[in-house]
Ligand binder design. Structure first.
Ligand code: ZN
Length: 409
């Protein structure tokens, strides 16, 4: 048997002491064995770690890289929405495409190969964001699978015309639909209508949810209720749920069991939550980051994601998921090897499960979406923040990063 490409002497997760060859044929993993015969091309890895491409479940490409157009005084959620709404009035399709491309290319170079991007739809911006990002999905398919979740960031019932535009985007091929009930004057009706559109177009749902630290009420109950009612278990995800971070761990675990049972997945977005939450305190500031690792231990499908890059929601960012996993582990005060492994899982396999990706992972027959990391284990990738050295999308090299060199005198 001859391969198009063999990655030679690769280290696999969970097998730190042995090296294998990975044979790639027609864009798929064709064999994994201690030693494979000659191939058209051989890439010696000398013991570098090979993992499946990283999975970004929640990022806003359309409003990334607008930091210089926003003024941040409070650092609150309300301010971020208002500043973005103002900046959005000047968005053109070309402007959105340019900024989104910049963020997308950084994500690719940082190892992301699957991405769900949330795109805003409302009567002011119309479908400009949707159209711009859809074009990028086509032109970057060589490096990344990009799926589009259209959603009304400024509300639905309170913003006439939004619902029609969402439906239009769904007709034109949006991959799934999102909701933002906290931004609406009628949040419960908002949730009901999003479920109604999703069911009509047979699309999965990803909500922005419960974005504050008042745990005396939450929309999470309503999402769980609708998920059960609609038979949508395994097709609904919620992002942020920062309210959960304000609850005692015993109550968090009870809610985790309910989410797991209903099939509602959770994405935690530490960079944004750390920036926006707890602004009422000027000392002993609460972190506002929900413990995804704890929810995951109790059966919830959880992912960690970037959310925003260089805007009023998050004035930081390089679209690196390893950095987000490292940030989360640090904030959540994790210290055990198994915890770091779980953080890595939440940007790879668990994130793929949240997105219902097919054929994900290091197995013969799956697409050869492979990332090479200059370290020995996924845990080390998180603790040491190892920048990926190269990536292969469907067996073709999609990027490389030469190692830094010390120039001794
Ligand atoms: Zn978001």
């Amino acid at each position: 048997m001859s391969f198009d490409l063999v990655l030679q002497a690769a280290r696999l997760p969970g097998e730190p002491e042995s090296l294998v060859d990975i044979g790639i044929e027609d864009g798929r993993i064709a064999a994994i064995a201690p030693s494979l015969p000659e191939a058209v091309e051989i890439e010696p890895l000398n013991g570098s770690l090979v993992v499946p491409g990283l999975v970004e479940t929640h990022i806003h490409l359309d409003k990334s890289c607008i930091l210089e157009r926003c003024s941040i005084h409070e650092g609150s959620l309300q301010e971020a929405i208002a500043e973005t709404a103002r900046a959005k009035l000047a968005f053109t399709e070309e402007d959105i495409a340019q900024r989104a491309r910049r963020t997308l290319e950084r994500a690719i170079a940082n190892g992301t190969m699957h991405m769900r991007t949330h795109v805003e739809v409302d009567p002011r911006v119309g479908l400009k964001g949707f159209r711009a990002v859809r074009e990028l999905a086509r032109s970057y398919a060589w490096a990344i699978d990009l799926e589009i979740c259209v959603f009304p960031q400024e509300g639905l019932i309170n913003d006439p015309g939004s619902e029609e535009l969402l439906e239009e985007a769904c007709q034109q091929g949006a991959d799934l639909i999102g909701g933002c009930p906290y931004a609406d004057t009628q949040p419960l009706e908002h949730i009901a209508r999003i479920f109604a559109i999703a069911r009509r177009f047979d699309l999965d749902i990803d909500f922005h949810l419960d974005f504050d630290l008042d745990a005396s009420w939450m929309h999470l109950d309503e999402v769980v209720r609708w998920t059960r009612l609609a038979g949508y278990g395994g097709r609904v995800a919620v992002g942020h749920v920062s309210k959960l971070s304000a609850l005692p761990s015993k109550r968090q675990i009870e809610i985790a069991r309910e989410l797991a049972d209903a099939g509602v997945a959770v994405t935690v977005l530490p960079a944004t939550d750390l920036f926006l939450m707890g602004r009422d305190s000027d000392y002993n500031v609460p972190r506002g980051v929900t413990r995804a690792d704890r929810l995951a231990q109790h059966g919830v499908v959880c992912s960690l994601a970037s959310n925003n890059v260089l805007n009023a929601f998050t004035p930081f960012g390089d679209a690196s998921l390893l950095r987000i996993a490292n940030l989360y582990a640090n904030v959540a005060q994790l210290g055990r090897l198994a915890d770091f492994q779980r953080c890595f899982d939440m940007i790879t396999a668990a994130a793929a499960k949240l997105m219902n990706l097919k054929g994900y992972g290091l197995a013969v027959g799956n697409p050869a979406d492979l990332l090479v990391l200059p370290c020995r284990s996924p845990a080390a990738a998180v603790t040491e923040l190892c920048p990926p050295s190269m990536g292969f999308k469907a067996g073709r090299r999609s990027f490389s990063r030469p190692p830094a060199q010390l120039m001794r005198p």
